[in-house]
Each structure stands twice: as C-alpha cells, then as structure tokens.
Write a protein that binds this ligand. Structure first.
Ligand SMILES: [Ca+2]
Ligand SMILES: [Ca+2]
Ligand SMILES: [Ca+2]
Length: 383
C-alpha cells in the first residue's frame, strides 16, 4: 500500500471519529504490544531496506484513564494527552518510532455503539524524526468491531482484548510530501505493562516524589517541610514549676545597685494553638524576698510584694504572638512618659520546659529596671 493510500485511510478514520461524538476514568495505563509488519512502502529508501514484511514490531503505549473526555456524546470519548509519559514507542528493524516527549500530542478516541460499531483509536501526531531527519508524521493504531460488542461505554478502557476486535490496523507514516514512507501492520499481542506505582510495583514507603526510589530527592522534600504541623492541637493547659536555681529577677537600680531575687512556685499556662491565644490561668510563685516597685504614675504608686504575679501582672497579660513554640505577652500600663513600664514577657516552649524572659521598669525617674529570666518544667500528670 502506498503512502497516499495510507494517508487516505487515516483521513477517513479521523473524519469518522471526529464527527462521532467522542469519554474517561482514573490511572496510568501502559500497554506492551507486539505487531507484525504486513507491508512496507519505501520508494525513497528512507528505511534502508531494514524493515520487511513479517518483521516483528515491539513497543508500548501509555495513557491516563483519568483524562477528561472532551467529547460530550455518550457514543464517543476523545482523550487528549499533551505531557510525558503519555504516547507510543515502537521499534522495528533498528528504527524507533516514538512520540516526542518534548512535544506530546497523543490522542485516544473511543466509539461505542455508534451504530453499531465500537472503535479504539490511537494517534501520535508529534514524533521524533528518524536519524536521517525524515519526519514521522503519524503513528496510528485502530481497532474496529462492527458488532459493537467490544466496548460498553465511551470511557477510556485499560488494555484492549484483541480477540474482541475484528479489524486491527497499525500504521506508521512519513511525510506526505518528499521522502514519504509507510509501514503497515497488525498487533498480535497487547498486555498490561509494568510501571512505577502499579499494583505489582507500589511506591516504596518514603518515596515522596513517587518515582519508585527513596533517595536524596525525597529527603529534600522532607527537609523543606520539616516540623510543619497541621494537626489540630486545640487547647493545652500545663502546670509548670520554676527551677529556683535557674529562675530569678534582677533589679538594676540607678542608685540602689543591683539586687537579685530567686523565684519558686508554679504557674498554670493555657495555650489555644488553633486560635493562637495564650494566658496564665494561675500563678502561685513567690520571690526570695519582698520587692518594692513603682507601678503607676502620676502619682507614683509604690507596691511591696513577694508575688511574681503582682510584679509582672502575669494573670493579666495579653498574648500578642503565639505559635507552636513561642508565646509573647504584654501588659500595657499606658503611661506615656514611661513606656518601659509596660510588662513584656516571652515564653519559649521546649519539650517539657518553658523558658521565660520578661522586663519592665519602674514608672518613676531614677527607678529600677527588672529583668526576669526563668526556667520552669512541666509538672508530671498536669492536665
Ligand atoms: Ca463522551
Ligand atoms: Ca459497544
Ligand atoms: Ca523518590
């Protein structure tokens, strides 16, 4: 059969399928095929006499059964594939005929009971040229069942069962102008091919990019998402106890020098991780000795206390920034002349401990600056 006749067949089949209203499903399908060459048209010697009638063609094709059906008719399905690994690959006589992975244009057409025929049609429009530069215009396979019993829907099927089809035609054609060539054949075997992710070759645990290998690429993905946590943590309330030897307040006073107060006791901290809010439910902690500080102005109001809560207004603190590991709080005293009198406090959560730092100053000239540095550990069995 001459190339022009082959082209004529393609055009006729294409026209029929195009006007047949053309449907879909859900996964990569690879089919390995074996075909026999029925005739070769090579007037220009493009194929160098290397392909003869009776030769065996080996190869495969792949498509995705989740591809949308762009044909609205129930009698036809039209499934367009534009990306690798979809397409077809055939090898015979030392030549490879294959979809160009850099420019995939691979069509699968289905017809069902278009009265009354069923059809299964593959066509790769964009293919890698031969080593000589001669173009490979079409790689084409058509199955036809005039009884209409091979298919029952217009959905993209998995590997076809050859015995169910009466007509079976494979074509590979070169350019219609110039050094045209054509190879005709029919497929004698079509079996499901193995592929990464199929039931016999599942993705290994840890294969995050689903290439069936667990390697540094997967590790890089893991590293880029390290410590992300989307789990709902809700409300967490914990009782902490200060470590007295690591918990103190240092008062830096201009004329009064430096004084240190150790802290002992407990506090109850509640964090709502979902709403990014936190507060101290209860603070039962005392200083090693009474401290006198100025908390208001004007007039300057001097307070004497041993209570950490009173000194740092802990149960009145407002959370300003809360994330998984860090909580910030402030207590505004609203004294324009002494903005440093506002209490700022930060809690860093580490495993079962809380590191607390806080500061404020007396609301008076020549007052003191108070620095809180403390470590507290979660009390076992606390809520
Ligand atoms: Ca359809
Ligand atoms: Ca049918
Ligand atoms: Ca991988």
């Amino acid at each position: 059969m001459k190339a022009k006749e082959i082209m004529a067949i393609i055009v006729v089949v294409m026209c029929c399928l195009f006007f047949w209203p053309m449907t879909a499903n859900a996964k990569l399908v690879i089919t390995e095929i074996e075909a026999v060459v029925d005739s070769v048209d090579d007037d220009h010697g493009v194929l160098e006499g290397k392909i003869k009638t009776g030769d065996i063609i080996n190869g495969w094709y792949s498509y995705d059964t989740s591809t949308p059906d762009s044909n609205p008719s129930i009698s036809g399905g039209r499934y367009l594939h534009y990306t690798p690994p979809y397409g077809i690959f055939l090898s015979v006589g030392g030549f490879n005929f294959e979809t160009d992975p850099a420019n995939v244009d691979f069509l699968v057409e289905i017809t069902n009971d278009y009265p009354p025929n069923d059809g299964y049609f593959l066509l790769s429009y964009s293919n890698i040229p031969l080593p000589s530069g001669v173009l490979v215009d079409y790689i084409f396979w058509y199955l036809y069942d005039p009884m209409g019993s091979a298919l029952s829907t217009d959905a993209l099927p998995t590997t076809p069962v050859l015995d169910e089809w009466q007509f079976n035609h494979l074509l590979i054609t070169g350019p219609s102008l110039g050094k045209s060539f054509g190879i005709e054949g029919h497929v004698i075997s079509a079996i499901p091919g193995a592929f990464c992710g199929d039931p016999n070759h599942p993705y290994p645990v840890g294969d995050l990019n689903q290439d069936c290998r667990v390697d540094l690429l997967d590790l890089a993905i893991l590293a880029s998402h390290w410590l992300e946590n989307n789990s709902p943590r809700g409300l967490v309330t914990t009782t902490y106890e200060f470590l007295a030897d690591k918990s103190s307040i240092i008062a830096y006073c201009g004329r009064g020098g430096i004084s240190t107060y150790s802290i002992q006791g407990t506090f109850l901290l509640t964090v709502n991780f979902d709403e990014c809010k936190a507060h101290f439910e209860e603070v039962d902690a005392i200083l090693s000795k009474e401290i006198r500080f100025v908390d208001d102005y004007p007039p300057a109001k001097e307070i004497s206390t041993e209570s950490l809560d009173v000194l740092f207004h802990m149960t009145e603190l407002i959370s300003t920034n809360v994330n998984d590991t860090s909580l910030s709080f402030v207590f505004y005293k609203n004294i324009p002349t002494f903005p440093g009198a506002d209490v700022n406090l930060r809690v860093v959560l580490q495993n079962n401990s809380a590191l607390i730092t806080g500061t404020f100053s007396d609301a008076v000239y020549d007052g003191c600056w108070y620095d809180l540095n403390a470590v507290a550990v979660a009390v076992p069995d606390s809520p």
